[in-house]
Design a protein around this ligand. Sequence first.
Ligand code: NDP
Ligand code: 2XX
Length: 331
Amino acid sequence: MQWRIQQQQWTKKTEKFLVPSVQKAWIYKEYGAAKDVLQLDDGVPVPEVKEDQVLIKVCAAALNPVDFKRRQGKFKATDSPLPTVPGYDVAGIVIKVGSKVEGFKEGDEVYGDINEKALDNPKQYGSLGEYTAVEEKLVALKPKNLDFTQAASLPLAILTAYEGLERAGFGPGKSILVLGGAGGVGSLVIQLARKVFGASTIAATSSTGKLEFLKSLSTDISIDYTKQNFEELPEKYDVIYDAVGQCDKAVKAIKGGGSVVALTGAVTPPGFRFVVTSNGSVLSKLNPYLESGEIKPIIDPKGSFSFSQLVEAFSYLETCRATGKVVISPI
Ligand SMILES: NC(=O)C1=CN([C@@H]2O[C@H](COP(=O)(O)OP(=O)(O)OC[C@H]3O[C@@H](n4cnc5c(N)ncnc54)[C@H](OP(=O)(O)O)[C@@H]3O)[C@@H](O)[C@H]2O)C=CC1
Ligand SMILES: CC[C@H]1OC(C)=C(O)C1=O
């Protein structure tokens, strides 16, 4: 039976929303390729709201590589049970709050990464559905100047960018090289390094066609990796932020005492790995930079993909050629 909310029913006085018991969501019941395992199901249960959670009517959701790596079974040892509704990044409207929620009310427009630990028992019911439940500590009020598509593009990537720079001890007057500067995380590392952390010099790598994009993000040095090997160039850096998986080369390009943030791939000392922790308070702390326009969300030039185009969207993300973020909107 096709189940849909014909319209949100609420009374202006109480602003109560009717919460359905089932929803339309993308699911996979086994690990595998997007075209083989993703199904659009209109009978998926709407998750119960726990006392510290809010229920969000999803307006937009962004894709991350962790979504496809998880669906491929790369983290099955610590995954939640199948079937899975994928999706970490969400932007939407709070329609129900748990009994102990203090920071949000029904009708609030919010955004966040719904999984506190990306790989440790991520939620079974993710953001690629009409509704998702998430702890209030993991979400923040949506920046006033951003639409839901722009807001959904940010959480996991900007939290990763910020946490990696913090862990590396990056700060004013320091130099950084960003490997993968055109990607979802890299494009935010460049912006945060400049606007929040006070970098002296920012370099980044990309292919030929994205060099101008890197410069638009404020890089001082834009390296075309199809023509030059960064590790063979004379410049050395206080921090190298590796969003590609080139830690073995990066350790040859740091200054004495420098560090390499290794998001993916093998880690060579003094490089280090971390797995992003979701945190609504960090998003709130960054909101002024977003609302002032100092930090800008980057949506891939293909634009957002519709809810029904999820398989195409993952196929594109899995080429590892996306510029900025791949977003699913509207939902
Ligand atoms: N440890 C953690 O907590 C986290 C880890 N990650 C991981 O970090 C990696 C990056 O994530 P994300 O930014 O979302 O990925 P994206 O899919 O957004 O990255 C795509 C970008 O990568 C660039 N790229 C690909 N190969 C190279 C290369 N050899 N040199 C320079 N740039 C390159 C592409 O530019 P071009 O087309 O010019 O090559 C493209 O713009 C992923 O492996 C992801 O799994 C992400 C978030 C958290
Ligand atoms: C081990 C890094 C893993 O964690 C996240 C969030 C990714 O995208 C990864 O590849």
